[in-house]
Design a protein around this ligand. Structure first.
Ligand code: PMP
Length: 436
């Protein structure tokens, strides 16, 4: 039988079986994983599978979708752009969506951020920041070839991003092929001095080009939070030692922490920022790495070899830029800003209610992010049995939550109604009681 004859026509059920024949999913051990769920429709904070079952998307599809699925305003902007200029190469050419987006973003970014470099995803945004840090010193003839990052950081899955990431099972197989990264403890409450001391020690060697961090919230580590004051202190140490600071706002950017950027909570300003995920409202893959003028000037030279020889085919894709511009419009509406406050208040009330439960170890909230650690003896591994039982419980109850070990976090689209949010809390309450 020819392959095409085995495959049912589009629109007929059977996505899971068809997927099983050809596809390879991210972060998935196919031998033991439960089959994927075939999603056929998304609207607002809801998704539907091919059997008509409804799911509340309580993690905004890996943190990308603040304004809701199938958002008409963003979709219209994309369509309009597609029918006027869908794409043009960015080497030697420019276009209005990119220029406008740069103008709009520099209005809201920390004021030092003056130069924007486009790419396609969070990992490439990080890759570019790290390359710029290393090449800046290379161009100057200075030997600073190492990077500093936090323990348990996550910055992506390409090689430099992976090197900066500290969750070991993501990177173990590639250990011998990674750039040199030294880790310091995260300055969570009570750990601040240890973190400052570790950074000061490294800074004194003069070997480090940059310090990369997820500002205020380490997402993939399980929404681990630390204070702006501690980060300011660490960034101050870097400033006085000419170590560039890279704020990876791939997760935190565009409202997640209650402000446009987590860096808006700081007195210090970063030298570089990495943006992606919510940048286009969860529609078109796109990323931007932003830089100070000083960094740009480190490459500005009569010598062509000092240029940044980095680029991707779809760099600054006009359709992606149009999606990002429409997303910014939505973020800046009073309604969306009110949503950020509303969800934060709901989270804080839920925290207060549940944090004294005997099975709850701790609850933390920042902006629209809530993380709850369930107390449990035994296997608390990242993708361990307990985590899988929690995940299955949530899916059975029609809520998409992807716990990290024993940590359940909620990061809803900003448009999620109070009613849906209450349903999410309800399922979490039940899980705390029932899942062992
Ligand atoms: N940086 C951070 C802080 C992230 O959370 C992620 C993804 N979760 C990345 C980088 C990598 O982004 P991407 O998956 O788009 O490559």
């Amino acid at each position: 039988m020819r392959k095409s004859e085995q495959i049912p026509p589009l629109g007929v059920r059977g996505l899971v079986a068809r997927d099983k024949q050809f596809l390879w999913h991210p972060y998935t051990q196919h031998k033991t994983a439960t089959p994927p769920i075939g999603i056929v429709k998304g609207q607002g904070a809801l998704l539907w599978d091919e059997d008509g079952k409804q799911y509340i998307d309580a993690i905004a599809s890996w943190w990308v979708n603040p304004y809701g699925h199938s958002n008409k305003y963003v979709a219209d902007a994309i369509y309009k752009q597609l029918t006027s200029l869908e794409h043009v190469l960015f080497g030697g050419f420019t276009h209005e969506p990119a220029v406008l987006l740069a103008e709009r973003l520099t209005e809201i970014l920390p004021s030092g951020q003056r130069r924007l470099f486009f790419s396609d995803n969070g990992s490439t945004a990080v890759e570019i920041a790290l390359k710029v840090a290393l090449q800046y010193f290379y161009n100057k003839g200075e030997k600073r070839t190492k990077i500093i990052a936090f323990e348990n950081a996550f910055h992506g899955d390409t090689f430099a991003a992976m090197a900066a990431s500290g969750i070991s099972f993501f990177t173990e197989a590639f250990r011998g092929s990674l750039i040199e990264v030294e880790r310091i403890p995260v300055p969570i409450e009570g750990n601040e001095q240890e973190s400052f001391d570790a950074l000061s020690k490294l800074a004194a060697t003069g070997e480090y080009a940059a310090f990369i961090f997820e500002p205020l919230v380490q997402g993939a580590a399980g929404m681990v939070m630390y204070s702006p004051e501690a980060l300011d202190e660490l960034m101050g140490i870097c400033k006085s030692s000419t170590i560039f600071t890279i704020a990876d706002e791939v997760m935190t950017g565009f409202g997640k922490t209650g402000k446009n950027f987590a860096c808006d909570y700081l007195a210090q300003q970063p030298d570089m920022m990495c943006l992606s995920k919510a940048l286009t409202g969860g529609t078109i893959p796109m990323a931007i790495t932003t830089f100070t003028q000083e960094l740009f000037e480190g490459f500005y030279d009569d010598d062509v070899n000092k240029a940044l020889f980095h680029g991707h085919t779809f760099t600054a894709n006009p359709t992606g830029c149009a999606a990002a511009l429409a997303s910014l419009d939505l973020l800046q509406t009073d309604e969306m800003q009110d949503n950020l406050v509303r969800i934060n208040k709901k989270h804080l009330a839920f925290k207060q209610e549940i944090e004294n439960h005997p099975r709850v170890r701790t609850v933390r909230v920042l902006g629209v992010i809530l993380a709850l650690e369930i107390t449990r003896e035994g296997n608390e591994d990242y993708y361990g049995d307990f985590r899988n039982r929690l995940y299955d419980f949530f899916i059975k109850h029609g809520v998409i939550l992807r716990p990290v070990g024993n940590i359940v976090y909620i990061l809803p689209p900003y448009i999620m109604s109070n009613e849906l949010l209450e349903k999410v809390y309800d399922v979490v309450r039940q899980a705390v009681e029932e899942v062992r």
